[in-house]
Ligand binder design. Structure first.
Ligand code: PEP
Ligand code: MG
Length: 594
């Protein structure tokens, strides 16, 4: 009898709370995430039919591309599509994929992936340069069939059983696309606390451990796995004793969750009477109910680019308008701040633009929408039309200075003018600027003169101020939210807003973490937007402190030279002053000795 495999424990970073026991579902890396799932014998025929339909659709696309190429560039340039056509008609290739589906009883996508990889490997061994270069034709054709499969019946991507998604890296769009009824947790080799994948996992309450480095390679679909974000670990093939202990813990966890805090709503006051507004950050409709559930004062940040994730392309103005109306309804009288598409960086990059060498510094956010004006114009029209029936505001992501703001504002004003001239129902909206790059901090006074409010994006502010990639676990030790340079930047931005007499919402992940929130309050922040599930704990922390004491501590922090000095000061002062609110586990950890 074969021995059960040994238990394997891997340490990573727990970025979204919870413990889940389940089965691994590996997601293949690549631009297109490919699921691997088993099908029942009775489903084989349908799966083959699905595959054949996709091949026929791909072949018809190639025929029309060939025709277009011939018309535009002449016969000589259309020949490349002949190679694609031949591949799609290749009986051996198509037959191999069909046999794999039948013999292994797997979904068509997976069969394409396996057979495609085999062919690509053979091509890579060929000495002849020309033939070796034909790899790209094979890749292109495989991708085309995969696209046709996803377009023909996206529903087939739905998981039929609960699964823990294991991947090397997971794009935020892939998380947004998951079947949330059955995807129970995430475990990835890479990622950082403020990567959009982590933010989204927290937003939808899906436990996640990331930065596992070398885990993906060891896990197989169907293996038993425990994701334990509390202890920053995943356990593969848990022993019977481990499983028993975790089953007891997850049962207790379920009871705690049912006792969610529903009594408190609206703003919260510090013990010395400073009122702080608590808003919700929202990405996907799954989170809508939680805005009300956790008593948020509306939506402080709607990351609108997630509207595009499930469709894999742009969404029409009318459809956007309906989506923004829905968010306005969720937000109620306190309203919702809609951020213009923040595409690029780690956000939905692959779907919308060519790969860039340095995406975080590339055509991201406001730069992307200014470079694709039509996209921006449609979005602002949709927001202003939706604002006729609810309270909505626009925020401009990642502005570098007032010229970005000027350009964006004039486009918004032009579109308002057009809507007015056309007699459309719409409302003009307040316009804010995200302050999240160092130049915007330094130029905050001039930006403040042009906008109605600021939003401080602390995730990017840390990333860009310290030059530390927020999604790269290799530099996670340098990602210091409490670096004095970051605290000073927040301080400068809040002071600039104050001088201009405009409000400032702090909406990065810092605002979801009680210890950091105390410092934000000490810096004078009175408007915070966070992942909805964080609202009760942030509320408790604020209600339990004096703003004046937080200010005294923060003044000391601002004079520190290093992040380590701030962190140790915070540990010392918080435990001394508020032992009922903070213990070692809720404060920044000391650096382990070298
Ligand atoms: C931020 O940068 O802090 C922010 C709120 O925006 P995002 O995390 O979407 O970049
Ligand atoms: Mg940002």
């Amino acid at each position: 009898m074969s021995q059960p495999p040994d238990e394997i424990r891997c340490q990573g970073l727990g970025v979204s709370e919870g413990i889940v026991i389940g089965q691994v579902l590996r997601m293949h890396p690549g631009t297109e995430q490919v699921y691997h799932w088993k099908i029942k014998p009775a489903e084989v025929e349908t799966e083959l039919e699905r595959f054949r339909t996709a091949v026929a659709q791909a072949a018809s696309q190639v025929r029309s591309l060939r025709q277009q190429a011939e018309e535009r560039f002449g016969k000589d340039h259309a020949y490349i599509f002949d190679a694609h056509q031949l591949l799609l008609e290749d009986e051996k290739l198509i037959g191999d994929i069909e046999s794999y589906i039948t013999a292994e009883r797997v979904n068509a996508e997976w069969a394409i992936k396996v057979i495609g990889d085999r062919i690509l490997y053979l091509y890579s061994q060929i000495k002849d340069d020309y033939l070796r270069e034909r790899r790209s034709d094979v890749e292109d054709v495989m991708q085309r069939i995969l696209d046709a499969l996803s377009g023909v019946s996206r529903k087939n991507h739905q998981l039929s059983e609960d699964a823990i998604i294991v991947a090397q890296d997971l794009l935020p769009s892939a998380v947004a696309d998951l079947d949330l009824e059955h995807a129970r947790a995430l475990a990835t080799d890479s990622g950082g606390w403020t990567s959009h994948t982590a933010i989204l996992a927290r937003g939808i309450g899906m436990p996640a451990v990331i930065g596992l480095r070398d885990f993906y390679r060891r896990a197989k679909t169907g293996d038993t796995i425990i994701v334990d974000s509390k202890r920053n670990q995943v356990i593969l093939h848990p022993s019977a004793a481990t499983l028993k202990a975790y089953e007891a813990e997850t049962a207790a966890q379920a009871k705690v969750r049912l006792r969610s805090d529903r009594k408190h709503r609206g703003p919260v006051c510090t013990a010395d009477g400073v009122a702080v507004t608590l808003r919700a950050n929202v990405e996907v409709p799954f989170e809508f109910d939680w805005v009300e559930f956790y008593g948020a004062s509306g939506v402080g940040l709607y990351r609108s680019e997630f509207l595009l994730a499930p469709r894999g392309g742009f969404v029409s103005e009318d459809e956007q308008c309906r989506a923004y109306e829905a968010i306005a309804r969720v937000a109620g009288k306190d309203g919702a701040v809609i951020r213009l598409f923040d595409l690029g960086g780690d956000n939905l990059r692959e779907q919308f633009q060519e790969p860039e060498k340095n995406p975080a510094l590339g055509l991201r956010a406001i730069r992307f929408v200014l470079a694709h004006e039509e996209i921006m114009r449609a979005q602002v029209r949709a927001i202003m039309r939706a604002a006729a029936s609810g309270v909505l505001k626009i925020v401009l992501p990642m502005v570098a200075d007032s010229s970005d703001v000027q350009r964006a504002k004039s486009i918004i004003e032009e579109e308002a003018g057009k809507l007015r001239a056309a007699g459309e129902k719409f409302a003009e909206v307040s316009i804010g600027a995200m302050i999240e790059v160092p130049s915007a901090v330094l130029m905050a006074d001039s930006i403040a003169r042009l906008v109605d409010f600021f939003e401080l994006g602390t995730n990017d502010l840390v990333q860009y101020t310290l030059a530390v990639d927020r999604g790269n676990d290799a530099v996670a030790d340098w990602f210091h939210t409490l670096h004095p340079a970051v605290l000073r930047s927040i301080d400068q931005s809040l002071r600039a807003a104050e001088r201009a007499g405009i409000p400032a919402i702090v909406c990065g992940e810092m605002a979801s973490t009680p210890a950091y929130v105390v410092l934000l309050v000490g810096l004078g922040a009175t408007d915070l937007s966070m992942t909805p599930a964080a609202i009760p704990r942030v509320r408790r922390a604020i209600a339990g402190i004096n703003a004046s004491e937080a200010k005294a501590i923060v003044d000391e922090c601002l004079r520190c030279d290093t992040a380590e000095a701030v962190e140790s000061l915070v540990r010392e002062r918080f435990i001394e002053r508020w032992p009922q609110l903070f213990d070692a586990s809720s404060l920044p950890k000391p650096k382990p000795p070298e």
